[in-house]
Design a protein around this ligand. Sequence first.
Ligand code: TRP
Length: 328
Amino acid sequence: MDKKGRVFSGARPTGRQHLGNYLGAMRNYVALQKDYECVYSVVDIHALTTMETTQNLKTNTLDMVLDWLAAGMDPQQSIIFVQSHVPQVMELHTILSMVTPLGKLTDLPTFKDKVREQPHNVNYGLVGYPVLMAADIALYKADTVPVGVDQAPHIEFTREVVRSFNYRYNCDVLVEPQMKVTEFPKIIGIDGQQKMSKSLDNHIEMASTPEETQKRVMMMVTDPQRQRRSDPGNPDVCNVFSLHKIFSSAEEVKMIDHDCRHAEIGCVDCKKLLAKNLNSHLETFRERRGEFEKHLDEVEDMLLDGAKRARVIAEKTMQEVRSAIGLY
Ligand code: TRP
């Protein structure tokens, strides 16, 4: 079983995942396992750069991992672990920071966004966020990194740091990774305006009960031009329709497209149908998640085993790194 290469990806521990996480990232992580050797990390140290309190860190980590497993990320095939369990990443971060010009970090659009968001907490770790990300990827010598387009500057940065390291120490120890863009239209939240996100509270969680899901779907903002049931609607600008296109059958989509434009179906019925399809789509996921939740100790053992396997790769890379530098 020759695999195409090694994938690395990381996600901050944001707790229970929503449809945007699923369609944008998790589904892709699952699919890649067939062709690549995959390493997936819950990047808890990255999370510290923006966190006011670590109160929910443990539950958020476990909740995300439960969703990952339920979605089909497979610890037998892949390495799934928590970033802080492999301290070598912090060592590589420090070493890579020596070949990183400070200006390159402060120029990154992602850094500028964070400064705008948290001007009271522009910490040293936040500036170094991309260096830690480069260390994540380089530590496992990953050649392929599946991420959304928003992460493109970080991947480009990683490639530059890898080149600088290899050049500076006259070696080819570290591997320059390629970005694999997750091709998926942006998932809009129930507000019908902004990208689905937990912090905006416009999300639909995968692990919710069918009742909660239905409630969230019924709250969705539809075509604002359609005021009354008798007004024709425009599915092209309706987020409920966007989700139908993903979760409903081709016939249903065709029917809604027609009936909405002719005021033959109202928004309430349209949403009820979406909630029903969404719930049946998520049924297996929820059952699986429930099973994992009953065996939390096994899930924790799985994470420790993942970290153990990750540390073997990490330590080997670090030995090469230390030797390339000429550390005593
Ligand atoms: N910065 C990524 C994000 O915010 C998370 C991340 C950390 C990551 N390390 C990584 C992604 C390594 C890919 C590879 O989504």
